[in-house]
Design a protein around this ligand. Structure first.
Ligand code: M6P
Ligand code: ZN
Length: 194
């Protein structure tokens, strides 16, 4: 057991390692977890509940998957994962991630866009809001205390790589109660932020 800052770290040190990331597919090898989120896993997230119900009954499509190489969820560690957010809409609203605050609020995150295009939506509990367009090569910085959700506005998978502190954790409950202040909708003129 060692002390790191003011927090206790109990895992034995990791050896250096490398992973291989396929920029096109988002495949991360090796990975130790793969999380799938289908339309049915996102009750209440989309504005059009009727459209959501139709999609669930019609086969419940896969919205996104997260591949991660698990490391100890402890201060000092950096967790790396890829997200593959598939193209599609629920009603007029583009496929998006659930979105989360970090359980430990004073932790940030970095996203690197690899394929496809979309938005990173952000908000704070104090009423702050932001929307950052993302595409291949975009490095997006999520400051501590900002909830974050991604949206795929393209016709191909929106693939991005993320790195965040080991102790951060995911708080989905707050988002389920408040939602995000902005939505991204498909219109005849293209993606519209509302
Ligand atoms: C990024 C990271 C992950 C997150 C994933 C999907 O890869 O922020 O921590 O799990 O996006 O987002 P969510 O957890 O909100 O469904
Ligand atoms: Zn995060």
């Amino acid at each position: 057991m060692t002390e790191s800052g003011d927090r206790t770290v109990s895992s034995k040190p990791l050896d250096p390692f490398t992973l291989m990331l396929d920029f096109r597919s988002g495949a991360l090898e090796p990975h130790t977890s793969r999380t799938e989120r289908h339309v049915s896993d996102m009750q209440g997230a989309y504005a059009d509940a009727t459209a959501q119900e139709h999609l669930v009954k019609g086969g419940d499509p896969l919205v996104y998957e997260v591949l991660q190489y698990d490391i100890p969820e402890e201060v000092g560690q950096l967790i790396c994962c890829t997200t593959v957010l598939h193209p599609g809409t629920v009603g007029d609203e583009y496929f998006m991630t659930k979105g989360h605050y970090h359980s430990v609020r004073d932790t940030g995150e970095v996203y690197l866009g690899l394929r496809g295009h979309g938005y990173l939506l952000l908000m704070t509990e104090e009423g702050g809001k932001a929307a950052t367009p993302m595409g291949p090569g975009t490095v997006a910085y999520v400051p501590p205390n900002w909830a974050h959700r991604t949206v795929n506005t393209s016709e191909e998978p929106f693939v991005f790589f993320a790195v965040y502190p080991g102790q951060a954790g995911h708080d989905y409950g707050t988002i389920e109660k408040t939602g995000f202040p902005q939505r991204v909708l498909r219109t005849p003129e293209g993606a519209e932020l509302r």
